[in-house]
Design a protein around this ligand. Structure first.
Ligand SMILES: C[S@@+](CC[C@H](N)C(=O)[O-])C[C@H]1O[C@@H](n2cnc3c(N)ncnc32)[C@H](O)[C@@H]1O
Length: 293
């Protein structure tokens, strides 16, 4: 008996690009070209100029399937980083997905300011509170580049899985703690740390519903800073400043318009020598203070 086999013709890179562009456009995605190039790079290892010269080539089947899965997730509205499963932060490709905040470029301001603030301290003891993917703790460890003792605290089990995976990926020596920053301070003696750093949830509760639809895919517990967005700053100062050594540094990321309020909070807990750092859009993004007594 004669059987007819249907042979599917695999599309070329150029055909894949054109059809992905149409799909993303009809899903209402804005920066279509750069998004497709991102996904191309991730799935095929092909950049813009490769695409021009190798447009008539055909990718491996398994890579094409991966591309289609990512595209489908992105067309469903998931943030690009969740669709891909990775996010670049300060030269690291960190695992991310539902349940963990996508690291933001602006957070590099917090990391750089913190590294500089402790540059003269040998074997610094550091704790990253509200660690999420671990972007801050891991970037500190890599950026400090000398022996240091780093802890990272994250309450969410889902986020903690990503933190652990990133910790493994970068062979980090940081100690991970799956706990609540409002209780685990009791496990450390007073005057222990040289640096306490945190990018805590800082969006006002009422503002969360007005955030971009993509941000709403991210966990509310990573965003919600209480009625005025300041809950974490107040409580972290109350519970954790006693854990700083004399001369130790507290370093916070802050949201737009929060500088005056957070400065007041930090000062009310006795920190001095307050410094503030701008992000690329000239927004005050990180604030640090020093414990003198
Ligand atoms: C704004 S995100 C920052 C994540 C990461 N540090 C970054 O910069 O991308 C805040 C993180 O704090 C965690 N978190 C919220 N409440 C917490 C608590 N009480 N104790 C520990 N972590 C908490 C959230 O799950 C979230 O991962």
């Amino acid at each position: 008996m004669k059987t007819n086999r249907i042979v599917m013709k695999m599309p070329t890179y150029k055909e894949i690009y054109d059809s992905a562009k149409k799909s993303l456009q009809s899903a209402g995605i804005e920066a279509v070209n750069s998004e497709i190039l991102n996904i191309f790079w991730y799935c095929f290892g092909i950049d813009r100029s490769d695409l021009l010269f190798r447009g008539s080539e055909i990718p491996e089947n398994s890579k094409y399937i991966k591309f289609c899965e990512i595209l489908q997730r992105r067309c469903g509205g998931k943030p690009l980083q969740y669709a891909v499963g990775e996010c670049n932060f300060m030269d690291m490709d960190l695992y991310v997905g539902e349940g963990v905040l996508i690291p933001r470029e602006d957070t590099s301001v917090l990391v750089s300011a913190s590294i500089d603030a402790i540059k003269d301290i040998q074997n610094p003891k550091i704790i990253d509170l509200c660690s999420g993917s671990g972007c801050v703790a891991l970037a500190l460890e890599r950026g400090i580049g000398r022996p240091c003792d780093i802890y990272a605290v994250e309450i969410s089990d889902k986020a903690f899985k990503y933190l652990s995976a990133n910790h493994r990926k970068y062979s980090s020596k940081a100690k991970l703690i799956n706990d609540d920053v409002f209780s685990c301070y009791k496990n450390f003696e007073d005057g222990y740390f040289d640096l306490i750093v945190s990018n805590p949830p800082y969006i006002k509760s009422d503002d969360i519903k007005n955030l971009q639809s993509e941000v709403l895919f991210e966990p509310k517990m990573a965003l919600d800073g209480g009625k005025d967005g300041l809950d974490f700053y107040e409580k972290i100062c109350e519970f954790w400043i006693p854990k700083l050594k004399k001369g130790g540094i507290l370093s916070f990321e802050i949201g737009q318009g929060q500088y005056d309020d957070v400065k007041k909070i930090i000062e009310s807990f006795g920190l001095t020598n307050i410094k503030v750092f701008l992000d690329i859009n000239d927004i005050y993004r990180a604030i640090i203070g020093e414990k003198f007594i």
